[in-house]
Structures are given as structure tokens and as C-alpha cells.
Design a binder for this molecule. Structure first.
Ligand code: HEM
Length: 328
């Protein structure tokens, strides 16, 4: 088969023109890849509904009562197929408010100028918003490996949502650090965000999120054309700067090891050869035992680090919520 030489973004654009502007099941505008899938599925549907493919199913010849029952069952299945992904997407979107809920009481006290509020925010911001930002980053990075492993598409929209949410949590972390952490880092706002090497890498990570967030939309995608992917590759630079931030803070212990535990499976699943092999094996329904074993190891390693991070967020977040952050 001769492969089209047209750039991916042009083909997607023409696809979109052919199909009109559509909305996806979760209510958002479809991503480029979703549009591609839609076109393939549509042509498959056409083939499936051709007389040749329905021959032998006897559906058209079934008595009216049976045909009616069958069509009711399939319409129920279609509704469930539509509702479950929409529920999943909104469930995962709902989680995005958690960091802000945890920090809200302390920030409200800060705005109202209550005594002790500056010290409270200073003690909580890096713990709650730093951990949340990292968890959001990890969730964002998980979208593609989950697609490679399972073939699901319903969750692809979450990649952008989690990236944008991370920008807001990390941006708030930087702002609150600049305003409140004078007790820990004396010398003015600049010293609070860049007075140590680990602070420089934290701040740099937030700045890297700016181009990533600004270009995480369809107009930017069309405007940048083939360069869009290069801009989005800044994600890998961000990954490194976050790991350096944590390495300087914690050395070869606790948080840094947890970060390595979650990062390793996510990085492995991005290796082009691994990705290609997994996708091909999944589509061919081959190598099931190997894939199952690999999935158990990778998900197990990921879970080790992830549960520690969630535990940390739950502990420090609930302490921040009741405005009693631990003084460390
Ligand atoms: C994308 C941005 C960032 C990410 C993903 C991130 C991630 C993290 C994580 C996971 C921790 C460990 C939290 C804990 O000990 O419970 C942490 C700690 C810390 N971060 Fe960040 N951070 C980011 C940006 C920043 C910025 C902008 C600053 C300040 C300018 C900063 C300052 C700190 C400090 C001081 C700690 C130590 C907190 C402590 O142990 O008490 N971080 N960061």
C-alpha cells in the first residue's frame, strides 16, 4: 500500500473539512487523532453494513419481534458505550479540583490577612501544589501508554486537560512561593523562587509549561503546522527539569525514588520499538502472555511510586485544608 506523503496535520485538516466541525462524545471538540479514527470506523461501518458482510447473519430475515428485541439491545449497548466514556472523562476531570480544594482555606485566610496565614501557606504550597503538579504531570504522561496498551481513545482528551490543570497548579505554587516563603528563603521574591538550585529548576519547570499550555489547542496546532510536535516535545525537557528539581531536594531517596518509579514505565512505553511492538501485537491479538506479564511489571512499578505520591498529597492536603500544616 502506498502511504500518503501529505503532512499529518494537512490530512487531518482535510478530514475535518469533509466531516464538518463535530463534537466528541465527552462534549469536547474532537482531537485530530479522534477524527482519523472516526473516518476509519465510518468506512468500516459502511463495509460491515454492506449486503456481503451481513449475509449469513439472518438479521434482515429475522421475524419482526426478534428484530425489534435485537435492535433494542443494540441501542442499549450503544447508549452504554456512549455514557461510560463520558462518565470516565468527567470523573477524571473532577479530580482536577482537588489541589485547589485542599489549598482554598489557607489561601482565603491569606487574602483576608488572618494571623498565621502566611506561615501556613508557606508550609503547604510546595507540599500540596508541588505534589499535585507532579501527579497531574504523571497522569498526563499516562494517557499515551494506556492507549498503546489498550487501544482506548475515550481518554485522549484528558492529556490536554491534565496538562492545562498542571499549568494552573504549578503556576499557583510559584506565585504563592514568591509571596509567602520568606521565612524559609530570606532575601525577597527572587530569592524565594531562584535562591537555590532546586528552586531554579522548579521555577524553570513552570516556565516550560507556558509554551506547552499556550499551544495545547487546535488553532495553535494549525498555526504551527509541522512545528507543533516540536513544541510539544518540550514535555520531555520538563520531565527532566522536574526530576532534577526533586533530585536536588531529596537526593537518592523518598520522593525522587517515587518519581523514578512512576517515570520508568512511562518512559519505557514511549520507546518507539516498544510502542510499535505492543500496538502490532495488540491489533493481531498475539503475544498475550508476554503482554500481560509486561503490563503487570510496568503497572506494578508505576503503582509503587504513585501510591506514595497520592498518600503524601492526602496527608499534606488534608492538613492544609484544616490549616494545620506540619512544620518541616
Ligand atoms: C512543575 C513544577 C513543580 C513540580 C512538579 C514540583 C514538584 C515537587 C514535589 C513533588 C515536591 C515534594 C513535595 C513534598 O515534599 O511533599 C516538591 C517540593 C518542593 N518544591 Fe517543587 N515542584 C514544582 C515547582 C516548584 C516551584 C516553582 C518552587 C518554588 C519556587 C518549588 C519549591 C519546592 C520546595 C521548596 C519543595 C520542598 C518542600 C518541602 O519538602 O517542604 N517547586 N516539589
Amino acid at each position: 500500500m502506498v502511504r500518503s506523503q501529505r503532512p499529518w496535520y494537512r490530512s487531518a485538516r482535510s478530514l475535518r473539512r469533509q466531516q464538518g466541525r463535530c463534537r466528541n462524545r465527552a462534549g469536547g471538540v474532537r482531537t485530530i487523532s479522534e477524527l482519523g479514527t472516526r473516518a476509519t470506523t465510518a468506512s468500516k461501518d459502511r463495509l460491515d453494513s454492506s449486503p456481503a458482510s451481513t449475509a449469513g447473519t439472518d438479521l434482515t430475515e429475522a421475524p419482526p419481534a426478534v428484530a425489534l428485541r435485537l435492535s433494542a439491545t443494540s441501542s442499549r449497548a450503544r447508549t452504554a458505550n456512549r455514557l461510560l466514556p463520558a462518565f470516565g472523562v468527567w470523573f477524571f476531570r473532577g479530580l482536577l479540583v482537588i489541589p485547589f480544594v485542599f489549598m482554598a482555606p489557607e489561601v482565603i485566610s491569606l487574602v483576608l490577612g488572618r494571623p498565621g496565614s502566611v506561615a501556613n501557606v508557606s508550609a503547604s504550597t510546595a507540599d500540596v501544589l508541588g505534589t499535585s503538579s507532579f501527579l497531574l504531570f504523571v497522569m498526563m504522561l499516562s494517557v499515551t501508554p494506556v492507549h498503546t496498551m489498550t487501544g482506548w481513545r475515550w481518554h485522549l482528551i484528558l492529556r490536554r486537560d491534565y496538562g492545562v490543570a498542571m499549568f494552573f497548579t504549578a503556576g499557583t505554587d510559584l506565585t504563592l512561593a514568591a509571596l509567602t516563603t520568606g521565612d524559609t528563603f530570606p532575601g525577597g521574591p527572587l530569592a524565594r523562587i531562584a535562591g537555590h538550585t532546586f528552586l531554579v529548576f522548579g521555577t524553570l519547570s513552570v516556565f516550560l509549561l507556558i509554551p506547552l499550555t499556550l499551544t495545547a489547542n487546535r488553532p495553535a496546532m494549525h498555526w504551527l503546522g509541522g512545528h507543533w510536535k516540536s513544541v510539544q516535545r518540550l514535555t520531555y525537557v520538563l520531565w527532566v527539569t522536574i526530576l532534577i528539581h526533586l533530585a536536588f531536594l531529596f537526593g537518592l531517596s523518598s520522593f525522587f525514588l517515587d518519581a523514578l518509579a512512576v517515570s520508568t514505565p512511562l518512559a519505557l512505553m514511549r520507546v518507539p520499538a516498544v510502542r510499535r511492538w505492543w500496538r502490532a501485537a495488540r491489533k493481531a491479538r498475539a503475544q498475550r502472555v508476554v503482554r500481560f506479564g509486561a503490563a503487570v511489571v510496568l503497572i506494578g512499578l508505576f503503582s509503587v511510586g504513585y501510591t506514595q505520591l497520592v498518600h503524601e498529597l492526602a496527608t499534606k492536603g488534608s492538613a492544609a485544608f484544616v490549616q494545620r500544616p506540619p512544620s518541616d
